[in-house]
Design a protein. Sequence first.
Length: 306
Amino acid sequence: MRAGQGKVIERHEIEAFLTLAEELHFRRTSERLGLAQGRVSQTIKKLERRIGVPLFERTSRHVALTPTGQRLRDELAPAYRQIQEAVARAIATGKAVTGTLRVGFSSQWASDAIIRAADVFRDRYPDCAVQIQEVQLTDPFGPLRAGELDLQLTEFPVAEPDLVTGPVIFSEPRALMVHARHPFARLESVCLEDLARTLLVAVSGDIPQYWLDYHYPRQTPERRPIAHGATAVYWQEVLSLVAAGRGASTAALRAAQYHSRPGVVFVSMRDAPPIEYGLIWSVNGDTARVRAFVETVCDQTRDGGR
């Protein structure tokens, strides 16, 4: 708030002025503000110097507002009360875990974790509903950015400036999905260098390149090229292409429990880093609902709820 051209009144000065204008007593003002009496006096003197005129008349027994002080109080007090009330309403809303929380997932095993956490969350916060929906491979962050979701459990890495990367909830060993007649299907495991000897399915969509490099690499650790073949947009298309022998695909080893089908074999990748799954949300979406659900999911993880 400005007092004259180029002069800004600080919040603590406004509080000190309005409190003294109400109490007209330095000791009571200092007690209400939790400040030393000398600090209150210094603050008022500094404010008067900024404004350029006295705001209070002081004697050893008496404190009174000057005409300028009265006018400032009358104009300042209503606006300051509105600010305090607005902040109080915002805090109350932020603390209330109510309304609807929309949570996304990117895989069936992530869905299982979300559903279990949602059951606990509903018991803890009965005034907050939870809606759960799948996020498609082709646009992994689109629903969050469009405001269609509040929170998401998804594969890492995620390094987006407009998204908050929360805790890792669990990690899964990696596998290579191949057709049953693929030479790798007879092996107990494969390594990352073996990817140079096969054809990977390609995926397309609004997907960051760093994410594709991690999950569908174009070269091995020794920089041998990895060929990519048929392109998929949705996960079901990836499964269909592998089953048709059109290419291989990396996946969580756990996917074999959910997507087992004739013609597809899951081969362990012995040297590949695990796939980590974590929570993400918008930088502007740090609400009480989101924080409460993140805490619930983490509690479930600590308790062994996978």
